[in-house]
Unconditional design. Structure first.
Length: 414
């Protein structure tokens, strides 16, 4: 643990001791205290794919659904105060299609907001988030996942900003003409026409800084990652990635990358996807599929897309699915790793709900966020540090991108 982290921990020991004393004096259980802390904290998740995976397929997330991981009712039950909703399409949406699709997805989100003014409202600033949460509503923010959706045009970037976009990942798994992705840099390096940011890519980052759009480095390759950090003048976000040292997949961050984000003042929001947390999960899943050939063959005919197939396969075998999933403690290990490496001010939550096949045991949907608070308390984290992890750190980055300044670390108070 760094000197800075040790210093912070020593300063917060009295806070934790006070909380424990309060529980002892009032008879409050650990579980009740964790829930109380969770409800008082600002809970801010930076990545949810429900718009592209459910809403665009006709599901109404205004009501509680029996499919997927997310709807407004369950977000409220999980104590989620602010949610970045991902606007996404894959690389097959080329020029003339991707920008239009982004606007269609934003239209879908805005329709939900307009139909549910008592439950949710659009936030485009930190002050909006605070105001909306104070009204006991969910603050909805827009994050565009994939720089290909601006179709190499700065006026499209400006247009999406005007519609409410407040972060953009420079790439998705597919590279753009101006930035290369983690998948391509790792697996397809020989076919790339360039590596990292081009001159236009640097222009995109500078324009994002000017507008106050957070530069999201999830999905980008290492060269793009460091090129972007060399250009940006504001704190970055890594909206849904985990730790490479614990699970060496291209989408996770290596130690030097984690340190670089901390030096920049940014925040890394840990992805809950089992395959990004547990290096053995994919092998266990493949073995389970092989053990049930009839079921897998029939489901593959119904659901040819890999994610859809795996989701329905695991739903068909709930007991077996539970056994192959990693425990919640492994998710906390990824948070803990970042904290011990660079400090508590640089980590947050980016679950990727409705954007992945499987999540840890007892983290099946957005109602389960209080379990993270409870698990962090059990690890010895102070209430003040937990507030930072749950949302305070992301609020700091959001505010810093609006103003161009780097304010003191946020407390995470609602």
């Amino acid at each position: 643990m760094s000197f800075k982290c040790c210093w912070l921990y020593s300063m917060l020991i009295p806070v934790l001791a006070s909380a424990q004393q309060h529980m002892h004096q009032t008879g409050t259980s650990d579980e009740a205290f964790a829930l109380q802390l969770h409800r008082q904290a600002l809970v801010f998740d930076t990545h949810n794919d429900v718009i592209s995976t459910l809403t665009m397929k006709g599901y109404d997330i205004s009501h509680r659904l029996n499919v997927g991981n997310t709807d407004l009712v369950r977000l409220k039950a999980g104590g989620v105060d602010a949610q970045f909703f991902s606007i996404w399409c894959d690389g097959s949406y080329g020029k003339g299609q991707a920008f239009a699709w982004a606007n269609r997805e934003i239209d879908s989100l805005m329709a939900i907001i307009h139909r549910n003014p008592d439950k949710i409202a659009l936030a485009t600033s930190a002050s909006d988030v605070k105001r909306i949460v104070a009204q006991h509503k969910i603050a909805a923010l827009i994050g565009v996942e994939g720089g290909h959706m601006i179709e190499d045009r700065l006026d499209y970037l400006d247009s999406l900003y005007k519609r409410g976009m407040r972060y953009m990942t420079l790439t998705w798994n597919n590279s753009t003409d101006w930035a290369t992705s983690a998948v391509d840099e790792t697996l397809h390096a020989d076919t790339l026409s360039h590596k990292g940011l081009t001159a236009f890519g640097r222009q995109v980052v500078r324009r994002m800084n000017e507008l106050g759009i957070i530069v999201d480095l999830a999905h980008v390759g290492e060269q793009t990652f460091y090129d972007a950090l060399a250009v940006t003048t504001r704190p970055v976000l890594v909206s849904h990635s985990s730790v490479y040292a614990l699970d060496p997949v291209p989408r996770n961050l290596k130690d030097d990358q984690i340190r670089a984000v901390a030096r920049n003042g940014g925040v890394i929001c840990v992805n809950f996807y089992d395959a990004f947390l547990d290096p053995h999960f994919s092998h266990r899943l493949d073995s389970l599929v092989d053990a049930h050939p009839r079921l897998s063959d029939s489901l593959k005919q119904l659901y040819p897309e890999t994610m859809d197939f795996q989701v329905h396969f695991l739903q068909a075998l709930p007991e077996a699915a539970y056994q192959i999933k990693p425990p919640l403690s492994l998710l906390i290990d990824h948070i803990d790793y970042i904290v011990k490496l660079v400090g508590v001010d640089y980590v947050g939550l980016g679950a990727d709900f409705d954007g992945a096949e499987a999540y840890p045991r007892d983290m099946d949907d957005v109602t389960c966020y209080p379990r993270i608070t409870s698990a962090l308390l059990q690890r010895g984290y102070s209430p003040a540090d937990i507030r930072k992890i749950l949302g305070g750190n992301v609020m700091r980055v959001l505010q810093a991108n609006e103003t161009g300044s780097r304010p003191a670390h946020a407390t995470g108070e609602r």
